[in-house]
Design a protein around this ligand. Structure first.
Ligand SMILES: Cc1cc2nc3c(=O)[nH]c(=O)nc-3n(C[C@H](O)[C@H](O)[C@H](O)COP(=O)(O)O)c2cc1C
Length: 178
């Protein structure tokens, strides 16, 4: 079979990591939430998470200024809301109210947890030396919460252009990786 050229502009669609997450912040006394799919684990413990948050997003300045956020991990049941949150800026509106998402208080940051999400990670920014050049922030997870009632959470994974893969079958292999 002959391989076909893939435009470089489409490479992100192959490597885009999952799951799609929500990022909450509090800035100037207002809570906000955005959708993010460009993130990566950088270390185990404490968990370090690298993420790309565009300087066009209202969240960018919120994060740069307050240095705090929550990463909330949604499941397929609320995928529609997650995409709407990612299609709308919270600069002038309350997205929690508009899209029917519940805020819950965290333990170590002012940013709220998202009640509908199966996991929430309270984070502080530990490195933003690449924020101006790449919109890249390094977060440290300070506290993590999991909803024990959601036994088989099916996360959503972005493939670009409104296409998502829903996490499904689990396989186990003898991997040496932690
Ligand atoms: C599926 C999906 C994934 C997204 N991933 C990212 C991302 O990784 N980084 C980013 O800066 N914006 C991402 N966005 C766009 C932001 O969520 C969007 O610009 C949002 O309106 C920003 O909200 P804010 O202005 O309230 O901060 C994504 C949107 C969708 C729908």
């Amino acid at each position: 079979m002959k391989n076909k050229n893939l435009p470089l502009s489409q490479v992100y669609r192959l490597l885009e990591p999952g799951p799609v997450v929500l990022v909450t912040t509090v800035y100037k006394g207002r809570q906000n939430v955005m959708t993010m799919s460009w993130h990566t684990m950088l270390d185990f413990e404490p968990p370090l998470i690298g993420c790309v948050i565009s300087n066009r997003d209202y969240t960018f300045n919120a994060l740069k200024t307050t240095k705090e956020c929550v990463i909330a991990i949604p499941t397929v049941e609320i995928a529609g809301k997650v995409v709407k949150v990612g299609n709308t800026s919270g600069r002038n509106i309350d997205k929690f109210k508009k899209f029917g998402l519940t805020t819950l208080p965290g333990a170590s940051v002012k940013a709220p947890l998202v009640g509908e999400c199966y996991a929430n990670i309270e984070c502080k920014v530990v490195d933003m030396t690449m924020a101006n050049k790449y919109n890249f922030f390094v977060l440290e997870g300070l506290k993590a919460w999991i909803n024990p009632t959601q036994k088989h959470p099916h996360t959503i994974h972005h493939m670009g252009k409104g296409v998502f893969v829903v996490d499904g079958k689990i396989i186990k292999l003898p991997s040496k990786m932690k």
